[in-house]
Design a protein around this ligand. Structure first.
Ligand code: GLN
Ligand code: ZN
Length: 745
């Protein structure tokens, strides 16, 4: 049995990747220094693979994103040097980003809508192969240099994105799909003929593909199998039966099936046992997306069933969803004994190799000794969850009735203006927080500083003339980590960074036990802000689904229960807001779409608990308390009906990039809530003009009655500079004044 691994994180133990590339951007590092660091990281990656597994993928490193690199391979963009390269990533006309399947990794979306055919250009994988495996002197990021020749070496497998996934994830005209794929096949034949065997990464194969797409997949692999031996890499879910069958009918050499995140793959294996005789099946047996150690004995047992097949193993799902190592983390010993980050997942594969191939049990026993220890149980919380009844998820009275009450109380003008919550997290704010965290600043001094920032922020909003104010979120590092630190049952790490896009990382907390709110989490800051103004200040919370989506979550109870536990904690927090005189509460759920399962047929089940967890947060509030939610993405159409069920009073959404067209999705449903369409794209440093913003509103007013319309930016202002925020908000308020005049009767 062979052991494979893939997707090891590029970040580095001490985020060397980020520091090198951002250092290069800022001018603090030369190109050579930056590249040297990247090559060191690659060396480290290869040595870890070599130490732990048999089969090693080559070509995974990128300076920003592998989908972008595939676009360059196929000549979609002309790039001469690193300056051009990074322009595509983060320049004025940078490619837009989208979440990669149902993960929080964002890839750059290439645009193929004007591409007639592909051409063979910069071949990163071949360069890595030539340099690291053939020992040639190759300058990998010299975009003008010829691609080197390579000589295949056993056990080292070059990795490329499959053209199918690549096109599927890019902007393209549906009617051009086949043409584009055919053109890619030609280029890939030229690339692949130089290798003995190769891995094609094709996660889009787990989507629910059309009949036509399945045919194209079959053709792709029939054609490419003519030039070399192909291993098809899939993950995140199981293949659909027709896709699987189509692949079996081709001459591919092997296939990676994720049996952790795609249990249904096992049924396919059982059903098609006889057609699999001439293929190597690599089962993804350990979880690349979560931090828990696997029960290696159970894996061994489960594999028994397939011993007649040509089985190998690997991680299921790429390891870049995990931090580098648990080493150096000062977590509770009991918790540590259950955890494995990327390095430890490689070790886990190594342990499996010993166990499966040599029947050595010693390390396996050591590895699993703590995985079933139970701790972090809170009886009272379990009871509460068990006793939840349908009515606990229902807010009363109806929207119509409470909307009247809220209007009477809040007395907001037509087209009320507000922001999404955060204001600029300046260098200073980050510096002071770092000092506090390092223990160099007392709690009192830190809190005094935060209060100062809140006071300034309130004053600025008053001066601008906004109607519903926020406190600015200066005390929060991150909208999930902040709550994780305050709640029982969730651990946070010192160094558990993972990349969300490019060089940007975040530290997902680890939900390991039952969740309890030991004390109020945000009341101090919000109540302080409210005392400074007569205008309403919004209480600001992160919703249960988003906390789950951006954390590592325990697997001993269903996500649904974890979500309800979080909701109960938020419910208590909202009750405290009411006591403190807060009239508006916003519960952010930006991840509710992303967390939706890959297969649409699984959506009803998911949205059922996702929506219920939101309702549980606010079902007990007073009629006069106005509940807002916020989401930021532009494909609403598919989920709008689920969203309506959340029973909020007001929703704010991103709309600028679609120029308000997103409202189409609301046209189709009976949408009776208040809504704030984003009129300012906060991802860009450009200050929007009153006219631009007005167009978005006018488009929307054809659908939404003016009484229900709010004016706000697309998202929080955390990443912007004050000098952009002030003029943009000034325009935003000006817009509201103009609209009030125009639409007054
Ligand atoms: N309240 C958060 C903020 O303003 C919302 C962020 C988000 O939607 N991602 O930063
Ligand atoms: Zn947002």
């Amino acid at each position: 049995m062979n052991v494979y691994a893939y997707g090891y994180p590029r970040l580095g133990k001490n985020r060397e990747f980020k520091k090198a590339i951002e250092g290069y951007w800022s001018g603090a590092k030369t190109e050579k220094e930056m590249i040297d660091t990247i090559l060191d990281l690659e060396k480290e990656r290869l040595s870890l693979y070599e130490k732990n597994v048999d089969k090693i993928p080559i070509g995974e490193m990128t300076l920003y994103d592998n989908i972008l690199d595939t676009a360059l391979l196929l000549g979609v963009y002309k790039v001469e040097d690193l300056k051009d390269y990074f322009e595509l990533c983060r320049g004025k006309d940078a490619l837009p980003m989208r979440k990669y399947f149902n993960t929080n990794y964002h890839y750059l979306i290439p645009d193929l809508r004007n591409i007639k055919e592909f051409s063979y250009a910069w071949d990163k994988t071949k360069r890595f192969y030539a340099k690291f495996i053939n020992g040639k002197n190759v300058d990998i990021w010299d975009f003008k240099a010829e691609n080197p020749e390579v000589k295949s070496k056993e056990n080292y497998l070059p990795v490329y994105f499959s053209p199918f996934t690549f096109i599927k994830l890019s902007f393209h005209n549906e009617e051009d799909f086949e043409k584009l794929l055919n053109s890619a096949i030609n280029v890939y034949k030229e690339i692949l003929k130089d290798y003995d065997e190769v891995i094609l990464e094709d996660p889009a194969l787990v989507l629910e593909l059309s009949e036509k797409e399945v045919k194209l997949v079959k053709k792709l692999y029939e054609e490419l199998s003519k030039v070399t031996k192909i291993y098809v890499l899939t993950y995140y879910d199981a293949l659909e039966e027709d896709t699987f069958k189509a692949l079996l009918e081709t001459d591919i050499k092997g296939i990676f099936l994720d049996i952790v995140n795609g249990k249904a793959n096992l049924d396919l294996l059982r059903k098609y046992k006889d057609s699999l005789k001439d293929k190597e099946v690599i089962l993804g047996v350990t979880n690349g997306r979560n931090v828990w150690r696997a029960d290696v004995f159970k894996i061994k047992e489960a594999l028994e069933e397939f011993k007649d097949l040509n089985i190998s193993i690997s991680n299921g799902a790429p390891l870049f969803h995990l931090p580098i190592t648990i080493e150096g983390e000062s977590l509770d010993e009991k918790l540590l004994n259950k955890l494995a980050f990327a390095n430890e997942k490689l070790e886990e594969l190594n342990i499996l190799r010993e166990l499966l191939n040599e029947n050595k049990e010693e390390r396996a026993k050591e590895w699993t000794k703590g995985i079933y220890t139970s701790f972090g149980e809170i009886k009272e919380i379990r009871e509460k969850i068990k006793n939840l009844k349908e009515e606990d998820f229902v807010r009363k009275p109806s929207f119509e009735e409470r909307n009247k009450i809220q209007r009477n109380l809040l007395k907001l003008p037509l087209f009320p203006t507000t922001t999404i919550g955060s204001f600029p997290q300046t260098q200073e704010v980050r510096k002071i927080r770092a000092l506090y965290r390092q223990g160099k600043l007392s709690k009192e001094d830190y809190e005094t500083f935060i209060r100062g920032e809140i006071a300034k922020c309130i004053q600025i909003q008053e001066e601008l003339g906004l109607d519903v104010l926020v406190h600015g979120e200066f005390e929060r590092t991150d909208m999930v980590e902040f709550f994780a630190e305050k709640l029982e049952g969730i651990a946070t790490t010192k160094n558990g960074w993972i990349i969300s896009y490019g060089t940007r990382g975040y530290r997902p907390p680890i939900i390991y036990g039952d969740i309890k709110r030991p004390e109020p989490m945000t009341i101090k800051e919000i109540a302080f802000a409210q005392k400074l103004t007569n205008k309403p200040v919004k209480g600001m919370l992160t919703g249960p689904v988003t906390i789950i989506a951006w954390s590592f979550v325990r697997e001993d109870i269903p996500n649904e229960e974890v979500a309800y536990q979080l909701a109960l904690a938020l419910q208590e927090e909202i009750a405290d807001y009411e006591k403190a005189g807060i009239k508006i509460v916003q519960i952010d759920e930006p991840a509710i779409r992303e967390k939706a399962p890959i297969k649409k047929r699984d959506w009803d089940k998911y949205f059922d608990w996702a929506v219920k967890s939101f309702r549980l947060c606010h079902s007990k509030v007073k009629p006069e308390t106005q509940i807002h939610t916020h989401m930021c993405y532009s494909d609403f159409g598919e989920i709008i009906n689920y969203i309506l069920d959340m029973d909020f009073d007001v929703i704010s959404i991103e709309a600028t990039r679609s120029k308000g067209e997103i409202i189409k999705d609301f046209e189709k449903v009976n949408f009776d809530r208040e809504i704030g369409l984003g009129v300012w794209d906060i991802h860009s440093p450009v200050v929007p003009s009153v006219e631009d913003m007005k167009k978005i509103v006018e488009r929307a007013l054809r659908v939404i009655p003016k009484e229900k319309f709010w004016i706000n930016p697309d998202c929080g202002l955390k990443t912007r500079q004050w000098q952009e925020v002030i003029p943009a908000l000034r325009n935003l308020v000006k817009l509201a004044l103009i609209l009030r005049e125009e639409y007054k009767d």
